[in-house]
Design a protein around this ligand. Structure first.
Ligand code: AP5
Length: 189
Protein backbone atom coordinates (compact mmCIF):
# COMPACT_ATOMS: atom_id res chain seq x y z
CA UNK A 1 0.00 0.00 0.00
CA UNK A 2 1.26 3.51 -0.84
CA UNK A 3 2.61 5.47 2.06
CA UNK A 4 2.51 9.20 2.81
CA UNK A 5 5.33 10.45 5.03
CA UNK A 6 6.05 13.92 6.33
CA UNK A 7 9.64 14.68 7.30
CA UNK A 8 10.40 17.75 9.40
CA UNK A 9 13.16 19.37 11.42
CA UNK A 10 14.26 22.86 12.38
CA UNK A 11 16.16 24.72 9.62
CA UNK A 12 19.75 23.52 9.41
CA UNK A 13 19.22 20.21 11.23
CA UNK A 14 20.05 18.48 7.96
CA UNK A 15 16.68 17.03 6.99
CA UNK A 16 17.25 17.46 3.25
CA UNK A 17 20.65 15.76 3.58
CA UNK A 18 19.17 12.80 5.50
CA UNK A 19 16.20 12.47 3.12
CA UNK A 20 18.50 12.43 0.07
CA UNK A 21 20.63 9.67 1.63
CA UNK A 22 17.65 7.55 2.69
CA UNK A 23 15.91 7.80 -0.70
CA UNK A 24 19.14 6.83 -2.52
CA UNK A 25 19.43 3.77 -0.30
CA UNK A 26 15.79 2.76 -0.88
CA UNK A 27 16.10 3.32 -4.63
CA UNK A 28 18.81 0.62 -4.69
CA UNK A 29 16.25 -1.76 -3.15
CA UNK A 30 13.57 -0.78 -5.68
CA UNK A 31 11.52 1.24 -3.18
CA UNK A 32 10.56 4.59 -4.68
CA UNK A 33 9.08 7.74 -3.19
CA UNK A 34 8.08 11.00 -4.85
CA UNK A 35 10.28 13.48 -2.94
CA UNK A 36 8.33 16.70 -2.55
CA UNK A 37 9.62 19.89 -0.96
CA UNK A 38 6.65 21.74 0.52
CA UNK A 39 8.81 24.89 0.77
CA UNK A 40 9.62 24.74 -2.96
CA UNK A 41 5.92 24.59 -3.86
CA UNK A 42 5.28 27.60 -1.62
CA UNK A 43 8.32 29.44 -2.95
CA UNK A 44 7.42 29.03 -6.63
CA UNK A 45 4.01 30.60 -6.01
CA UNK A 46 5.41 33.35 -3.76
CA UNK A 47 8.12 34.19 -6.32
CA UNK A 48 5.66 34.26 -9.24
CA UNK A 49 3.44 36.64 -7.30
CA UNK A 50 6.34 38.94 -6.36
CA UNK A 51 5.93 38.31 -2.63
CA UNK A 52 9.55 37.21 -2.02
CA UNK A 53 12.96 37.21 -3.69
CA UNK A 54 14.40 34.18 -1.84
CA UNK A 55 13.01 31.28 0.22
CA UNK A 56 14.30 32.69 3.49
CA UNK A 57 11.91 35.66 3.14
CA UNK A 58 8.85 33.40 3.24
CA UNK A 59 8.83 33.00 7.02
CA UNK A 60 8.69 36.82 7.28
CA UNK A 61 5.50 37.14 5.19
CA UNK A 62 2.23 37.94 6.95
CA UNK A 63 0.50 35.00 8.60
CA UNK A 64 -2.35 35.24 6.07
CA UNK A 65 0.03 35.16 3.09
CA UNK A 66 1.85 32.12 4.54
CA UNK A 67 -1.45 30.34 5.17
CA UNK A 68 -2.64 30.97 1.62
CA UNK A 69 0.67 29.64 0.26
CA UNK A 70 0.40 26.56 2.52
CA UNK A 71 -3.12 25.83 1.33
CA UNK A 72 -2.19 26.08 -2.34
CA UNK A 73 0.92 23.88 -1.86
CA UNK A 74 -1.08 21.24 0.04
CA UNK A 75 -3.76 21.13 -2.68
CA UNK A 76 -1.15 20.61 -5.39
CA UNK A 77 0.85 18.01 -3.42
CA UNK A 78 -2.29 16.03 -2.52
CA UNK A 79 -2.69 15.09 -6.19
CA UNK A 80 0.58 13.06 -6.18
CA UNK A 81 -0.01 9.30 -6.27
CA UNK A 82 2.07 6.39 -4.93
CA UNK A 83 4.60 6.64 -2.08
CA UNK A 84 5.01 10.29 -1.19
CA UNK A 85 7.58 11.94 1.06
CA UNK A 86 6.96 15.59 1.96
CA UNK A 87 9.99 17.57 3.20
CA UNK A 88 8.60 20.40 5.33
CA UNK A 89 8.51 22.04 8.78
CA UNK A 90 6.44 21.02 11.81
CA UNK A 91 6.33 24.71 12.69
CA UNK A 92 7.83 27.87 11.20
CA UNK A 93 9.43 30.52 13.40
CA UNK A 94 7.89 33.84 12.32
CA UNK A 95 8.30 37.31 13.86
CA UNK A 96 4.86 36.80 15.51
CA UNK A 97 5.59 33.36 17.00
CA UNK A 98 5.48 29.76 15.77
CA UNK A 99 3.18 29.10 12.81
CA UNK A 100 1.89 25.52 12.47
CA UNK A 101 3.49 23.97 9.38
CA UNK A 102 0.52 21.63 8.99
CA UNK A 103 -2.68 23.35 10.08
CA UNK A 104 -5.90 21.36 9.86
CA UNK A 105 -6.66 22.04 6.20
CA UNK A 106 -3.09 21.03 5.20
CA UNK A 107 -3.30 17.80 7.24
CA UNK A 108 -6.66 16.98 5.67
CA UNK A 109 -5.19 17.36 2.18
CA UNK A 110 -2.02 15.37 2.93
CA UNK A 111 -3.39 12.65 5.29
CA UNK A 112 0.03 11.33 6.43
CA UNK A 113 0.70 7.78 7.67
CA UNK A 114 4.02 8.71 9.29
CA UNK A 115 5.42 11.93 10.73
CA UNK A 116 9.17 12.16 11.31
CA UNK A 117 11.10 14.72 13.35
CA UNK A 118 14.80 14.98 12.45
CA UNK A 119 16.60 16.32 15.52
CA UNK A 120 20.03 16.83 17.00
CA UNK A 121 21.77 18.83 19.73
CA UNK A 122 21.26 22.58 19.45
CA UNK A 123 24.99 23.41 19.33
CA UNK A 124 25.36 21.19 16.26
CA UNK A 125 22.46 22.93 14.49
CA UNK A 126 23.95 26.34 15.26
CA UNK A 127 27.29 25.19 13.83
CA UNK A 128 25.62 23.96 10.64
CA UNK A 129 23.72 27.23 10.19
CA UNK A 130 26.95 29.21 10.59
CA UNK A 131 28.65 26.96 8.04
CA UNK A 132 25.96 27.49 5.35
CA UNK A 133 26.67 30.82 3.56
CA UNK A 134 24.18 29.99 0.79
CA UNK A 135 21.24 30.79 3.05
CA UNK A 136 19.99 33.62 5.27
CA UNK A 137 19.67 31.55 8.44
CA UNK A 138 18.22 32.76 11.74
CA UNK A 139 21.07 32.91 14.24
CA UNK A 140 19.06 31.68 17.21
CA UNK A 141 20.38 31.19 20.71
CA UNK A 142 20.82 27.68 22.07
CA UNK A 143 17.75 28.24 24.26
CA UNK A 144 15.59 29.50 21.35
CA UNK A 145 16.50 26.45 19.27
CA UNK A 146 15.75 24.10 22.17
CA UNK A 147 12.37 25.78 22.53
CA UNK A 148 11.68 25.36 18.78
CA UNK A 149 12.61 21.65 18.83
CA UNK A 150 10.46 21.08 21.88
CA UNK A 151 7.51 22.95 20.33
CA UNK A 152 7.87 20.70 17.27
CA UNK A 153 7.50 17.58 19.43
CA UNK A 154 4.38 19.03 21.00
CA UNK A 155 2.77 19.94 17.71
CA UNK A 156 3.69 16.52 16.24
CA UNK A 157 1.57 14.97 19.01
CA UNK A 158 -1.34 17.17 17.91
CA UNK A 159 -0.85 16.05 14.28
CA UNK A 160 -0.91 12.39 15.44
CA UNK A 161 -4.13 12.98 17.40
CA UNK A 162 -5.74 14.59 14.37
CA UNK A 163 -4.73 12.04 11.71
CA UNK A 164 -3.82 8.78 13.48
CA UNK A 165 -0.32 8.91 11.96
CA UNK A 166 2.66 7.57 13.89
CA UNK A 167 5.43 9.92 15.02
CA UNK A 168 9.13 8.96 14.97
CA UNK A 169 12.29 10.84 15.90
CA UNK A 170 15.55 10.45 13.95
CA UNK A 171 18.76 11.88 15.41
CA UNK A 172 21.15 13.41 12.84
CA UNK A 173 24.27 13.88 14.97
CA UNK A 174 27.61 15.24 13.75
CA UNK A 175 29.76 12.47 12.21
CA UNK A 176 26.78 10.07 12.35
CA UNK A 177 24.92 10.97 9.16
CA UNK A 178 24.96 7.30 8.04
CA UNK A 179 23.11 6.27 11.15
CA UNK A 180 20.42 8.90 10.54
CA UNK A 181 20.12 7.76 6.91
CA UNK A 182 19.74 4.11 8.07
CA UNK A 183 17.10 5.08 10.64
CA UNK A 184 15.02 7.08 8.16
CA UNK A 185 15.32 4.40 5.46
CA UNK A 186 14.07 1.80 7.98
CA UNK A 187 11.01 3.94 8.73
CA UNK A 188 10.23 4.38 5.03
CA UNK A 189 10.63 0.70 3.99
P1 AP5 B 1 12.52 24.08 3.22
O1 AP5 B 1 12.83 24.09 1.78
O2 AP5 B 1 11.84 22.89 3.77
O3 AP5 B 1 13.71 24.32 4.15
P2 AP5 B 1 15.19 24.46 3.76
O4 AP5 B 1 15.52 25.82 4.21
O5 AP5 B 1 15.58 24.07 2.39
O6 AP5 B 1 15.83 23.37 4.57
P3 AP5 B 1 16.25 23.59 6.00
O7 AP5 B 1 16.53 25.01 6.26
O8 AP5 B 1 15.23 22.93 6.87
O9 AP5 B 1 17.61 22.86 6.02
P4 AP5 B 1 17.84 21.33 6.28
O10 AP5 B 1 17.48 20.98 7.66
O11 AP5 B 1 17.17 20.55 5.19
O12 AP5 B 1 19.38 21.24 6.22
P5 AP5 B 1 20.34 20.74 5.06
O13 AP5 B 1 20.11 19.32 4.68
O14 AP5 B 1 20.36 21.78 4.02
O15 AP5 B 1 11.66 25.36 3.54
C1 AP5 B 1 12.00 26.63 3.04
C2 AP5 B 1 10.99 27.61 3.57
O16 AP5 B 1 9.67 27.21 3.14
C3 AP5 B 1 10.87 27.64 5.10
O17 AP5 B 1 11.85 28.48 5.67
C4 AP5 B 1 9.45 28.16 5.27
O18 AP5 B 1 9.41 29.55 5.17
C5 AP5 B 1 8.70 27.55 4.12
N1 AP5 B 1 7.96 26.34 4.50
C6 AP5 B 1 8.30 25.05 4.27
N2 AP5 B 1 7.34 24.23 4.73
C7 AP5 B 1 6.37 25.03 5.28
C8 AP5 B 1 5.11 24.81 5.91
N3 AP5 B 1 4.60 23.57 6.07
N4 AP5 B 1 4.40 25.87 6.35
C9 AP5 B 1 4.86 27.13 6.20
N5 AP5 B 1 6.05 27.42 5.60
C10 AP5 B 1 6.78 26.38 5.14
O19 AP5 B 1 21.71 20.72 5.92
C11 AP5 B 1 22.22 21.88 6.53
C12 AP5 B 1 23.74 21.76 6.67
O20 AP5 B 1 24.06 20.74 7.64
C13 AP5 B 1 24.44 21.37 5.38
O21 AP5 B 1 25.62 22.13 5.27
C14 AP5 B 1 24.76 19.88 5.59
O22 AP5 B 1 25.91 19.47 4.87
C15 AP5 B 1 25.01 19.82 7.09
N6 AP5 B 1 24.76 18.51 7.70
C16 AP5 B 1 23.64 17.76 7.54
N7 AP5 B 1 23.72 16.62 8.26
C17 AP5 B 1 24.92 16.66 8.91
C18 AP5 B 1 25.60 15.78 9.83
N8 AP5 B 1 25.08 14.62 10.25
N9 AP5 B 1 26.81 16.16 10.29
C19 AP5 B 1 27.36 17.32 9.91
N10 AP5 B 1 26.79 18.19 9.03
C20 AP5 B 1 25.58 17.87 8.54
Amino acid sequence: MASKCIITGVPGVGKTTVITGALARLEQEGVRYANISFGSFMFETALAEGLVKNRDEMRLLSKDDQKTLQQRAAGAIAKTEGNVLVDTHASVKTPKGFLAGLPEWVLEALRPDLFVLIETDEDQILGRRLGDPSRVRDMDTYRALASHQSFNRAIAAAYAMKTGCTVAMVTNADHLLDRAVDDLAALLR
